[in-house]
Design a protein around this ligand. Structure first.
Ligand code: PMP
Length: 462
């Protein structure tokens, strides 16, 4: 059965909130649990917009819809609702009540897309590029992606058969999981993980198997941690590098050791989510594509996109690359799901890859590095917080388990209530006792947030 929380009126968590959402207009019943509210992943702390979208869609429910006895797909019922929902519910209702909330929850860059990207999008609209494209994407974009990966990552993909453009990396990961996995299969997910992975695996009818990593070892996956979880049922490893939520970047020698282990298990595929690869702050630890490792090309579906590197989150553009044998079933799924990515966004994607100068990309990375250094410096100054300096993405996941008896969700709720500061509880990422801080925001907001966090932790010191 569905958890009772699945039927909570939206916005999520509002029922438990001391700042309740405004009452529905007269005549409107509380919105029912909608299909979209179940299917979206409000636990996906990177996409607070998901929760907001649910709230708005459900309020248009017909006023007199009869109570229904229709059961939902048990696969969907198995998808977890997270306590993070409560934090988002609170943020939404506080904002609705006119409160100012500092949020370090977002998973999108705070810089705008490059001008060349915006210009290309406008030109595409004006030039009538508003129709369906081929399912796999325009040949211009596929060729640009193949050329970019060959140049920067050393992986050679055939643009015609080995590149599949989608409406975002999220779709690409899900299609890869659906294409590879089904009932009876086990999927290895290193923790801390992006919350969508286990839920996608469950929706495919397969079983997520969590492989824990530790803060002491930089949240890195090692062959020693992975090996005990490899069984004859293991179908796939979902590898997120750089990692959301830890920001960890796996060094090449370690990745080579992981590849050597997987070579002993030829039936195990790898979905390598590399969406954060352009956000890397340590030149001594450059990002390496999993598919570029010896023997790994044939088993790897590489996922990437334009949301993080080019701040094109709302343009919904991503892609998967891999051997044609693995990409083809992904394309089949996509052909029945979304057909193709937005033609306008695809034109913008070509401009991103072909016109944006390296210097512009590096300038953004430089700014982000400054923010990482600031946040990590502040965390290091708070006694009792266990932290580290991540090499990539724009997140850090400090361990604050000394507070609130390790109840990170409770800590986040109290932090939000008392300081109006929103962080995401580590438990959403399989990292109990931690909190995730996204530093992709203005320096001004970061300073304010870190002041609030420090104050809060001092006031609540156990
Ligand atoms: N993978 C990871 C690890 C992410 O953090 C995100 C975005 N939060 C995505 C995939 C999805 O990106 P997109 O916007 O391209 O769907």
């Amino acid at each position: 059965p569905l958890p009772a929380s699945a039927f909570a009126p939206l916005p999520f968590g509002a029922r438990h909130s001391p700042f309740p959402a405004p009452p529905p207009p007269p005549g409107l019943r509380p919105p029912p649990c909608t299909f979209s509210s179940l299917l979206s992943s409000p636990s996906d702390a990177s996409s607070p917009s998901d929760a907001a979208a649910d709230g708005s869609s459900s309020s248009s429910a017909p006023p007199s819809a009869p109570p229904s006895s229709i059961s939902v797909n048990p696969l969907v019922a198995s998808v977890k609702m997270s306590k993070t929902v409560e934090v988002f519910g609170l943020v939404q209702s506080m904002k609705a009540a006119g409160e100012r909330v500092t949020s370090l929850c977002v998973g999108e860059p705070d810089f705008p897309p490059p001008q060349a990207v915006l210009d290309a999008a406008v030109a595409a609209v004006r030039g009538g590029e508003t129709r369906y494209t081929a399912v796999a994407g325009t040949s211009a974009l596929r060729s640009a992606i193949a050329a970019d990966l060959l140049e920067r990552k050393g992986t050679r993909y055939d643009a015609a058969s080995e590149v599949l453009v989608s409406s975002g990396a999220k779709q690409s990961v899900f299609q890869a999981v659906l294409a590879l996995c089904g009932p009876g299969d086990e999927v290895l997910i290193p923790a801390p993980y992006w919350p969508s992975y286990p839920e996608m695996v469950r929706l495919a009818g397969a079983t997520p198997v969590v492989v824990n990593t530790t803060l002491e070892k930089g949240f890195l996956l090692t062959p020693e941690l992975l090996e005990p979880h490899l069984t004859e049922r293991t179908k796939c490893l979902i590898f997120c590098n750089p990692s959301n939520p830890s920001g960890a970047v796996h060094p090449e020698p370690l990745m080579r050791r992981l590849a050597a282990l997987l070579e002993l298990h030829p039936r195990v595929a790898v979905v390598s989510d590399e969406i954060y690869e352009r956000l890397n702050y340590n030149p001594a630890n450059p990002h390496v594509s999993f598919a570029a490792l010896p023997g790994m090309f044939d088993r790897t579906i590489t996922v990437n996109g334009f949301s993080k590197a080019y701040a094109m989150t709302g343009m919904r553009l991503g892609y998967a690359c891999g051997p044609a044998r693995l990409i083809k079933p992904c394309a089949t799924i996509q052909s029945q799901l979304t057909s193709c990515a937005s033609a306008v966004s695809q034109a913008a994607g070509v401009a991103a890859l072909e016109e944006v100068r390296e210097q512009e990309m590096e300038a953004n990375v430089e700014v982000m590095r400054g923010k990482r250094d600031y946040v990590c410096g502040r965390l290091a100054g708070i006694e009792g917080v266990r932290s580290y300096v991540p090499d990539g993405a724009f997140y850090v996941l400090p361990d604050v388990s000394a507070w609130f008896g390790g109840d990170d969700a409770g800590l986040c709720l109290e932090l939000l209530r008392s300081k109006r500061l929103a962080l995401v509880p580590g438990e959403s990422f399989g990292a109990k006792g931690c909190v995730r801080i996204s530093y992709a925001t203005s320096m001004e907001e970061l300073e304010e947030a870190m002041d609030k966090l420090e104050e809060f932790l001092e006031e609540n010191r156990p």
